[in-house]
Design a protein around this ligand. Structure first.
Ligand code: HEM
Length: 667
């Protein structure tokens, strides 16, 4: 048992030591190496801070920027990403930044952006999804790679393009119709359009992709929204690797719960679809996105078959991606039309010209030129996604740079969309006319200047869907209403971010404290006893071997129990019965031997010469040991336990009380 404990503790100690080395390697050596490699190629940036990277600084800047009210300007980059904005000003278009321990080459040079996004994913792939994003998207199109991605992407392309998209138009019109019907009660009143469009976009994706109403997917949307809030809160939080495996934050626990609940809710919708076929209510799984997924689940060809988890993850992703992004586009477009009534009038005139008072149709949607310009300018100024991330898969060349494979590549659309070098001095003005002759002309054929839906093979699969939905919603709304800006309008500050201390530092302190305790225990309970044992043994003093923590206590207790359990003859030979362990040790090891009361080494002395020497020598050499916990309770600091001058004083008093005249008087 003792050996097992030693082995266990030694292994634990070794593991902790390896973990410490790993942490130092990952959190100190690698970041400094990457920093050195990039700096030596002329890429500078704010210095790496242990564990936090630049997160604390970025969070603080964001908090400050978003706490101030904002004038009605479209120059939003310094407000939305103040840290990146100030780094570009200080270090240039491409700089090295740190999200915790993750090195990020932030790229806003259009040539490098194109090279990254258009190169095969074997060179610049999607990075591993962070803990919370994984809960949101699982293994779905935005996160998977290679052959699996190609298969899933093919299915999604089929569901959201061409004829399938055309077939979705009636459902989109019906959803907008429902929203406008409700607006009738609110005519003339002020309305929060972002909220209204949240319901609309949820309803549209539910109906078109999943053949259900918003109400059926309501729980899923609520849970996805909660997850996105958690992601926002944790965006700048560093995660400590070793401790993080064993200790979960409240947000991690909550996100696990949400993930499970979303899984169950989506599963229910999938099962309902399957049951309709099983019961003969319908004869196929359907041709919408969910139908194609369920079909793929039942595909007899293993190569094409989707697993149930694939379906769940794709559904989650499309519920999320199909709603949040288009919601943002619709809300910003409406706001801009309210700010610029001339453009609103022009767009309305176009809608009336194309559709009259009729509902939109696919041919007409393609003819809405002014509306397309408005949407593009909105996407330029207010891209629903600020950027995308890739990862250098290996040490690789990018332009003139050689990138180490630890590097994430952050491409900030928002910086490119607001770059005066690409758009001119009027970059921050709302000027839809830029797009009058199409995107290629507006961007001077520079694809990286405008890419709200991404670039290269990973471009947004829902782009046409989102644009069609936006055009239908705007057309039907403009046919009926005029938007004006609320007089109380100010740009709402971003949700306040709390500056909680980073978990990483707590974890490191905890880790160091644990290591310290472990080393202390090993020293006190392993090293010291064995060293003492060696010292005494080498002088001929033997004794029962020390057992980790217990010493000889278990053995001594056992012997005492056995001895006292037997009836005793009327003999005065009580030593073997009263102290059987000591008795047997003397027999085995001689008059003086080494014994262990737990971790306390005890030289048991029965050699009369040594006994005299110990007891007669000044207490400066052989003093009373510290009383044990329970003896301390019994005796406190009294004559048997105190020493030196205090002991002398107390003893004098007691002597006086129990000797000489006092003793006689008491008689
Ligand atoms: C205005 C609306 C939207 C914007 C601005 C937008 C933006 C983007 C961007 C920038 C990407 C590229 C990500 C990357 O390169 O890593 C992307 C990918 C994606 N989007 Fe959208 N999106 C929108 C609407 C939608 C909708 C409505 C859907 C679903 C119906 C959708 C589904 C996806 C999916 C599945 C991907 C991953 C594509 C892949 O990795 O192959 N998006 N989106």
């Amino acid at each position: 048992m003792g050996n097992l404990l030693i082995l266990f503790t030694a292994s634990l100690c070794l593991c902790l030591f390896v973990a410490l080395l790993y942490v130092l390697y990952k959190y100190w050596w690698v970041p400094h190496r990457v920093q050195f490699i990039m700096n030596s190629q002329g890429i500078k940036g704010p210095p790496y801070e242990f564990i936090h990277g630049n997160n604390k600084e970025a969070l603080q800047m964001r908090k400050e920027a978003s706490s101030k009210p904002m004038a009605l300007t479209h120059d939003i980059f310094p407000r939305v990403m103040p840290h990146d904005y100030s780094c570009i000003k200080k270090y240039g278009k491409n700089f090295l930044s740190w999200n915790g321990v993750r090195a990020q080459l932030v790229i806003t040079d259009p040539e490098l952006v194109k090279e990254v996004l258009k190169t095969s994913e074997k060179a610049f792939s999607k990075p591993k999804t962070s803990y919370f994003f994984k809960k949101l998207l699982g293994d779905s199109i935005p996160t998977i790679k290679s052959e699996k991605w190609a298969r899933h992407r093919k299915l999604a392309n089929h569901a959201f393009h061409g004829e399938s998209l055309k077939n979705m138009i009636p459902a989109m019109i019906a959803s907008v119709g429902t929203m406008l019907e409700k607006w009738k009660d609110k005519e003339g009143k002020e309305m929060e359009v972002f909220k209204e469009f949240r319901l609309l976009t949820s309803e549209v994706i539910s109906r078109t992709a999943f053949g259900s109403s918003y109400l059926e997917g309501e729980k899923i949307f609520d849970m996805l929204t909660k997850l996105t809030l958690i992601i926002g809160r944790n965006f700048y939080k560093a995660k400590f690797p070793v401790i993080g495996k064993f200790w979960k934050s409240a947000d991690e626990i909550e996100s696990n719960k949400l993930e499970k609940m979303i899984h169950d809710s989506v599963m229910k919708i999938v099962k309902q679809r399957e049951e309709k076929v099983m019961t003969g209510e319908v004869d196929s799984f359907g041709h919408d996105f969910l139908g194609l997924l369920v079909n793929a689940y039942h595909d007899p060809d293993e190569k094409n078959m989707f697993l149930i988890q694939d379906i769940i993850d794709e559904c989650k992703t499309f519920y999320f991606a199909g709603q949040e992004t288009t919601n943002s586009l619709l809300a910003w477009t409406t706001l801009l039309l309210a700010i610029y009534p001339d453009w609103q009038d022009k767009t309305r005139a176009e809608v009336i010209e194309v559709f009259g008072n009729q509902n939109p149709n696919s041919e007409g949607i393609a003819k809405l030129k002014t509306m397309t310009m408005i949407i593009n300018e909105t996407l330029r100024l207010y891209p629903p996604l600020n950027g995308v991330v890739r990862k250098a898969e290996r040490d690789i060349q990018l332009g003139k740079l050689v990138l180490p494979n630890y590097l994430d590549l952050n491409i900030r659309f928002i910086a490119l969309h607001h770059d005066p070098d690409l758009w001119g001095d009027d970059v921050h003005l709302f000027k839809p006319e830029r797009f009058a002759e199409g995107i290629a002309k507006a961007t001077n054929n520079n694809a990286a200047a405008f890419m709200p839906f991404g670039l290269g093979p990973r471009t947004c699969v829902g782009m046409n869907f989102a644009i069609t939905e936006t055009k239908i919603a705007l057309s039907m709304t403009l046919q009926r209403y005029t938007f004006t800006l609320s007089p109380t309008y100010v740009h709402a500050p971003l949700p306040n971010l709390s500056l909680k201390p980073q978990h990483g530092l707590h974890c490191l302190c905890l880790f160091v404290a644990l290591l310290y305790v472990l080393l202390y225990v090993l020293y006190e309970y392993l090293w010291v006893p064995h060293h003492l044992q060696f010292v005494m043994n080498s002088q001929g003093i033997r004794g029962p071997p020390y057992e980790f923590i217990h010493g000889n206590n278990k053995e001594a207790l056992q012997m005492q129990k056995e001895a006292s359990s037997k009836p005793m003859a009327l003999t005065h030979d009580i030593f073997p019965r009263v102290m059987p362990h000591d008795y047997s040790c003397i027999k085995q090891y001689g008059n003086n031997y080494l014994s262990w009361n737990g971790v306390r080494a005890q030289l048991v002395i029965t050699d009369p010469e040594l006994v005299k020497e110990v007891l007669k020598t000044s207490e400066k050499a052989f003093s009373k040991p510290k009383p044990s916990y329970f003896f301390k309770k019994l005796l406190g600091d009294s004559i048997p336990t105190i020493k030196s001058e205090k002991s002398a004083r107390h003893r004098k008093l007691a002597n006086h009380a129990f000797h000489g005249e006092s003793l006689k008087v008491n008689h």
